[in-house]
Design a binder for this molecule. Structure first.
Ligand SMILES: *[C@@H]1O[C@H](CO)[C@@H](O)[C@H](O)[C@H]1NC(C)=O
Ligand SMILES: *[C@@H]1O[C@H](CO)[C@@H](O)[C@H](O)[C@H]1NC(C)=O
Ligand SMILES: *[C@@H]1O[C@H](CO)[C@@H](O)[C@H](O)[C@H]1NC(C)=O
Length: 214
């Protein structure tokens, strides 16, 4: 009887255990990195000296960020530039692209609609209060005049993900953000961000989330 149940257990557990091992093996960490992939002579933005206090990025966690952003050509209002995002997550045998679902994921957006500042009407440059406090000259919303903006060390509070998304909180990601001129369709900016996220969840909970929670 004991023998039987052990065999049963083994046959059931083995695939799960090997999957866990694979996941563990493949969540080798990608150090945080931003690469400029633009080939345009009319590039509109440069992002440099980005530094994170915590790498891998902890979810939930407090991440302190510094960066220099240089606007090379003024960015006016909506309709001029689109941002197209490609979000890829590492799986054991390669990368899978996240789909675009309800404007979340690998989607295309109007740049100045995203950077409208509408959520931050009460700060000078429509920045989140954390940025407004550390970097009063930093601009967060269209229009952007030509210039260099320095983001002083600013702490972002990263919330816990909803339980059904918890498995996303642990993984290797690559995000490509391409800025397109909507008139000429030319690429005028391109960045690839690679990062690893880490959470405090363990084992099966990281993969499937907590099933008993809503
Ligand atoms: C983030 O910082 C706040 C205040 O400093 C602290 O209360 C909170 O526990 C921190 N969160 C995490 C996940 O470390
Ligand atoms: C701006 O509004 C937010 C929420 O609406 C509030 O938390 C914040 O303290 C306000 N900031 C200023 C500078 O009034
Ligand atoms: C820009 O993005 C908008 C909204 O996502 C889309 O409707 C439009 O086709 C895009 N334009 C170009 C030139 O990519």
């Amino acid at each position: 009887m004991r023998h039987f149940s052990l065999r049963f257990l083994r046959s059931r557990m083995l695939p799960i255990v090997s999957m866990l091992c694979l996941v563990a093996l493949t969540s080798a960490t990608l150090p945080f990195k931003i690469t400029d992939c633009s080939t345009s002579p009319n590039k509109i933005v440069r992002i440099e000296n980005v530094h994170l206090s915590q790498d891998p990025v902890k979810i939930p966690g407090n991440e302190t960020v510094t960066a220099d952003v240089t606007i090379l050509q003024s960015i006016a209002g909506t309709g001029h530039y689109n941002v197209s995002l490609r979000i890829q997550r590492h799986v054991f045998n390669g990368w899978v692209e996240a789909p675009c679902i309800h404007d979340f994921g690998s989607c295309s957006y109007d740049l100045c609609t995203v950077l409208s500042g509408k959520h931050y009407q009460n700060t000078t440059h429509h920045c989140p209060i954390e940025i407004a406090e550390t970097s009063p000259d930093f601009e967060c919303a269209c229009p952007f005049p030509v210039g260099t903006y320095h983001l002083n060390p600013t702490t972002a509070h990263i919330d816990n993900l909803a339980s059904y998304l918890k498995w996303l909180a642990q993984g290797d990601y690559k995000v490509e953000a391409k800025i397109l001129d909507t008139t000429t369709h030319a690429e005028v900016g391109c960045f690839i961000v690679q990062a690893t996220t880490a959470s405090d969840c363990t084992g099966i909970q990281c993969i499937f989330g907590k099933r008993h929670e809503k």
